[in-house]
Design a protein around this ligand. Structure first.
Ligand code: HEM
Length: 169
């Protein structure tokens, strides 16, 4: 949920290049989940990007089972830009017990991210993730598109998720 404070506190100037992300985004059609070792699936997802005046965006990604609306995968964290550059970082925690830092480049309306550090809780389920590549792109039609690929113990880098969202606030 967007923090009320973000309505009153001016956006930190360092975040101006990322302003297009701010707000709430809901999947407009079911996301597609795939991976060679699992049954393909569909899901819905809500993304919240907010700020409190600091040079960091706060985000929450909440995915749901379509029919039951049961919560599934969840991620939250911070997005920061290296001052004076287009170098962007995601500091990300996942409900599966995975914590990762993804770094990459911001081009006009697109974030290209690669994991550079992954860590997990001692009882995280196998297979373990060893690499994540994520693209978040604002399309010319105003929709946000997310594509996530991952590599695990058993499978080299392969697409896991593709989904589009429309802004709802
Ligand atoms: C960066 C984000 C994510 C990572 C790193 C990740 C990682 C994984 C891994 C490692 C697996 C097991 C693959 C295997 O068994 O070989 C998996 C399966 C799965 N993931 Fe994700 N996932 C992510 C996001 C999501 C999201 C957003 C959803 C949305 C619902 C999702 C739904 C699923 C489902 C349904 C399975 C199959 C579970 C099963 O068959 O037991 N994942 N994911």
């Amino acid at each position: 949920m967007t923090s009320p404070i973000s309505n009153t506190v001016p956006l930190n100037a360092a975040l101006a290049p990322l302003e297009w992300l701010l707000g709430t985004w809901e999947s407009d059609e079911p996301g597609e989940g795939t991976f060679p070792t699992i049954k393909p699936f569909h899901y819905t997802e809500t993304l919240h990007f907010s700020h409190v005046g600091q040079p960091a965006i706060n985000y929450m990604f909440n995915a749901f089972q379509i029919e039951t609306k049961r919560p599934l995968h969840r991620e939250c964290g911070f997005i920061r830009l290296k001052p004076g550059t287009n170098h962007v970082v995601f500091i990300n925690a996942q409900n599966t017990g995975l914590v990762d830092i993804e770094e990459g480049e911001l081009t006009e309306n697109q974030l290209n991210l690669q994991s550079c550090s992954l860590s997990r809780i001692s009882f995280a389920k196998e297979p373990h993730v060893h690499q994540i590549c994520r693209v978040l792109r604002l399309r010319p039609d105003g929709k946000l598109e997310q594509t996530v690929s991952m590599a695990t113990n058993n499978v080299p880098l392969t697409q896991h998720l593709h989904i589009t969202y429309q802004r709802t606030s």
